[in-house]
Design a binder for this molecule. Structure first.
Ligand SMILES: [Zn+2]
Length: 608
């Protein structure tokens, strides 16, 4: 007993020690300082215990201090990305590698965000960007935000607003995010349902009653004007479309709102190649995981060409009217990634008419002020030691924010070299995978015909197993059994049954085939072009998910409907997006995220 107590106690001590960051002071001398608003030439900054202790022309060197010569370099406050989505938790670790020390999430699974924020408060997760989150967003049934599989609680009437807001606050939401967008601007055929202006106003009033900010997502200029009128504290995006109205800036100023233009994601919607170029920047590339590079090169695949010139015009008006503009990327969407994309956003803000100093202000002091994060966003005595040291002068050339020398989060130095080594290893593994021999036994292309009774067999690889969200803390269940009868006179087939239940953000259950020697070990199947299988079932829509090393744990998916009659499906690797089959970790046939019981059968599964 006693021994156990000692172990627990020493663990707590260790945690606290890491939390307080090195007690050894660090002094950065002769450095150009951008303090969040102004430029101070040839200055010194002393940090200790996670806090900026002093800023001045000459600071005496404390005994035992680490001294850094900042000649020719610029020290910036840690960057704040004012619009992100926490979809893959490991990308919160990628953000500070690129200087983003605070992430303002605008929609994610609230339980995940609450767990991360709790750990942060306990002094853990020093290598993560500091997270604040909206949790679930407010939207109408079937509206934007409901399509990702998260069980978003929706609302339709103004009377529901207070209870909805209070439920979010109870879940841990730091502010309230509202969607007001019917997707018409993106060229969709059927407008999506969206909240009424009355509900927007009720949500804003309900949030303000509890002292919370309301940030509104809009798609069109008219929606932006409605959102401002309804009481938004800030816009989570600028609108798409070719023009702005002449008095948009004045109206924003009169209502004292802030605006997060998210030019990065507008750029993806408008299908320019800006972010692909960013992913190839030699100052960023060595730190980008292959999955992050793939995300930055992805597009929405929207129909037709959409104009985004209205956003540029709006930024000119906002600047003239002194409306706070905040840098946000919408990371988590196609064309973006955590951390690296902020450097693209800064360049786009400058291209839209901000000076480099104004763009840096948007990513630091302006964001901190708008979200009442009083402890950060500035280089001043008493503030958190969230700092980015870069070569050269980004207050002259904004692209120099990419030339990072060092990053500190609350005084904790971010180990960029370790991250770079992780990236290099993944890139090397993928290069090797492309030339690797296909797995032994895969020569005929047949994966499984289920002709043997008993447990499902495969011709190669680690074989078949049930795959459910239980591995992510969910509660869905599934079962695999070889049953008599298949298509075209086949003796047996694989029956997959189970129930998808709420318990994890993206619930699923189904059958997984691992082509490698162990489950999820990547293999090269690029000699083949497609996956072919027969299926029948209860008429529901199912997903074929392909796990590839380049996409990490985010599967590429396609839907298929398992109807009453056997039907053959052929899905090419290329149809899953940027896949060539050279790094396939698993193939999963599953039900979800829709909940309920399900039953389908598979047979004659092969590579084509
Ligand atoms: Zn977003």
């Amino acid at each position: 007993m006693h021994r156990t107590l000692i172990v627990i106690f020493s663990t707590v001590c260790t945690t606290l020690a890491t939390a307080q960051s090195p007690s050894k002071p660090t002094l950065i001398e002769h450095v150009r300082v951008f303090d969040g608003t102004r430029v101070l030439e040839n200055s010194s900054v002393l940090i200790d215990g996670g806090i900026i202790r002093s800023v001045g022309a000459a600071i005496p060197r404390p005994a035992g201090a680490t001294v850094i010569d900042g000649t020719g370099k610029t020290l910036l406050p840690g960057l704040i990305d004012a619009h992100t989505h926490t979809i893959e938790e490991n990308l919160l670790q990628q953000a500070p590698v690129f200087g983003v020390t605070t992430d303002l999430d605008m929609f994610t699974d609230p339980a995940t965000a609450a767990r991360i924020e709790k750990d942060q408060r306990a002094g853990k997760l020093l290598d993560y960007a500091d997270l604040r989150s909206a949790g679930y967003l407010a939207t109408s049934p079937g509206g934007h935000g409901t399509e990702y599989g998260l069980p978003v609680p929706t609302l339709t009437r103004p009377e529901e607003a207070q209870a909805w807001v209070d439920a979010r606050i109870a879940e841990g939401s730091d502010y309230i995010k509202v969607v007001y967008d019917d997707s018409v601007e993106y060229g969709v055929k059927e407008p999506k349902p969206t909240l009424s202006k009355e509900v927007l106003k009720a949500l804003a009033d309900a949030a303000h009653k509890r002292g919370k900010l309301v940030v509104m997502h809009i798609g069109s200029l008219q929606q932006a004007l409605d959102a401002i009128d309804a009481g938004a504290d800030g816009l989570a995006h600028l609108f798409v479309g070719a023009t702005s109205t002449p008095d948009f800036g004045k109206m924003a100023a009169a209502h004292r709102i802030f605006v997060i233009p998210t030019l990065t994601v507008l750029n993806t919607i408008c299908a320019t190649d800006f972010d692909s170029a960013l992913a190839d920047d030699s100052r960023l590339k060595p730190y980008l995981l292959p999955s992050a590079t793939a995300a930055m090169k992805a597009t929405f695949g929207l129909p037709g060409k959409i104009g985004c010139e209205g956003a540029k015009e709006a930024i000119r008006q906002l600047k003239a009217a002194h409306v706070p503009i905040l840098a946000g990327t919408d990371a988590g969407n196609p064309g973006t990634t955590q951390g690296a994309s902020i450097h693209g956003e800064l360049e786009l803000l400058v291209r839209a008419g901000l000076t480099p100093v104004e763009a840096l202000h948007a990513a630091t002091a302006a964001a901190a002020a708008a979200f009442h994060l009083d402890d950060r966003g500035q280089i001043a005595a008493g503030k958190r030691a969230d700092l980015v040291l870069v070569n050269g002068d980004p207050t002259g050339d904004i692209r120099l924010t990419r030339d990072i020398v060092a990053v500190w989060k609350a005084g904790h130095p971010i180990d960029r070299e370790a991250w770079k080594a992780t990236v290099a290893k993944q890139v090397e593994d993928q290069t090797k995978a492309k030339t690797a021999a296909p797995p032994a036994g895969s020569e005929s292309g047949l994966i499984a015909d289920f002709e043997q009774d008993g447990a499902p067999q495969s011709k190669f690889g680690a074989g078949w197993m049930v795959s459910t969200d239980q591995m992510a803390g969910g509660k869905s269940v599934g079962k695999l059994e070889v049953v008599p009868g298949g298509p075209e006179g086949s003796k047996n087939a694989l029956r997959v049954t189970g129930e998808v239940t709420q318990g994890f953000a993206y619930p699923w259950s189904g059958a997984m085939f691992s082509p490698g020697p162990t489950p999820m070990a990547p293999v090269n199947l690029s000699a083949r072009k497609a996956i072919q299988f027969w299926a029948k079932g209860d008429g529901q829509t199912y997903q074929l998910m392909l796990f590839s090393q380049r996409l990490g744990y985010r599967p590429a998916t396609q839907n298929f409907v398992a109807g009453a009659e056997w039907k053959q499906f052929t899905l090419t690797f290329a149809s899953f997006g940027d896949l060539d089959g050279s790094d396939i970790m698993a193939i999963v046939w599953c039900a979800g995220p829709k909940t309920g019981t399900f039953a389908f059968e598979l047979d004659n599964v092969r590579l084509q």
